[in-house]
Design a protein around this ligand. Structure first.
Ligand code: FES
Length: 108
């Protein structure tokens, strides 16, 4: 059980940099805490998942971000795009390895 922070656990995070400590390790490893961070923090804000320079024109690069399979790609005009890398039918991974995309992406 994750529980809430005790007053002592919270107080040590609010000291000056020399004496401060991070949150208890359970806040980085408990599945419930990881799911909370993914759904309530990361999914509701922006984050860096790669660099545009790593995705050449019409290339697709699969990445996994906090258990979410994503696909970085660029279109024919060089515009960077990010998609869920699964099909809507059964959640099959669409692109397993980085490579060139020609035409529509289809479920294998
Ligand atoms: S498994 Fe049916 S479209 Fe992907």
């Amino acid at each position: 059980m994750l529980g809430t922070l005790s007053a002592d656990e919270l107080a040590v995070t609010d000291r000056d940099i020399v004496g401060a400590r991070g949150l208890p390790s359970r806040y980085y490893s408990e599945p419930r805490a990881v799911a909370y961070g993914r759904d309530q923090v990361l999914a509701t804000s922006g984050m860096c998942i790669g660099f545009a320079s790593d995705v050449a024109r019409q290339q697709a690069v699969p990445v996994e971000v906090i258990d979410l399979p994503l696909l970085l790609t660029t279109d024919a005009h060089g515009e960077l795009r990010v998609f869920h890398n699964v099909c809507r039918h059964r959640g099959h991974v669409l692109v397993a390895k980085p490579g060139r995309i020609t035409g529509a992406i289809r479920c294998p």
